[in-house]
Write a protein that binds this ligand. Structure first.
Ligand code: 5GP
Ligand code: MG
Ligand code: MG
Length: 180
């Protein structure tokens, strides 16, 4: 059903599964002696976080934050506002921010500064996708699944106007989908 709207599959389900296992093994090694707090950024990080957390063998806790910067448009407004804050006090915690994709970097820059201000002990960024060519601020992820070209991608949590998050792979939409 959804597949008819997809121009091209960029990353398959199998490729995602293998990468998530690999990232999970690395994070297990890096965090096995800590009590990390994984913070998923809603809603895009949901499938990635759900799969990744099962691959991390450490005393991990999870929480979620919802920030908005994009609305339904495909270009960043540059404005970040907190829609839902954490339930957890991050002071002294080792934080893993879990994101679907980094483009301009503005969303994560805002969050890193916020968690620093709230006195986290350490802050590392885990992102499934990275668009290095889109960067507008100085920000680097510590763990990256895949680099993607500067195209608007959907699936595995990533939406277009709130749809396509439930696609099990990462793809590019057909042009006509944007033009109604
Ligand atoms: P940034 O603040 O880094 O520019 O934007 C990050 C957020 O913008 C991501 O968390 C994601 O929600 C959205 N975003 C950036 N690029 C894409 C894309 O190619 N597809 C989708 N669906 N969302 C994107
Ligand atoms: Mg996001
Ligand atoms: Mg979105």
């Amino acid at each position: 059903m959804l597949e008819k709207d997809i121009q091209e599959v960029l990353i398959t389900e199998e490729e995602i599964r293998a990468k998530v296992k690999e990232l999970g093994a690395t994070l297990t090694e890096d965090y096995k002696d800590k009590y990390p707090l994984a913070i998923g950024i809603l809603k895009g990080a949901i499938p990635f976080m759900g799969d990744l957390m099962k691959e991390i063998d450490a005393y991990l806790e999870i929480d979620f934050m919802d920030v908005s910067s994009y609305g339904n448009a495909t270009v960043s407004s540059g404005e970040v506002k907190i829609v839902k804050d954490l339930n957890t006090n991050v002071e002294g915690r080792d934080i893993l921010i879990i994101e679907d994709i980094i483009d301009s970097g503005k969303t994560l820059k805002y969050l890193v500064d916020l968690f620093k201000y709230r006195q986290a002990n350490s802050i590392q960024i885990v992102t499934l996708l990275d668009k290095p060519t889109g960067r507008k601020v100085d920000l680097k992820a510590d763990y990256v699944g895949f680099d993607v070209p500067d195209a608007f991608v959907v699936g595995y949590g990533l939406d277009y106007a709130e749809k396509y998050r439930n696609l099990p792979y990462i793809g590019v939409l057909k042009k006509e989908i944007y033009s109604f």
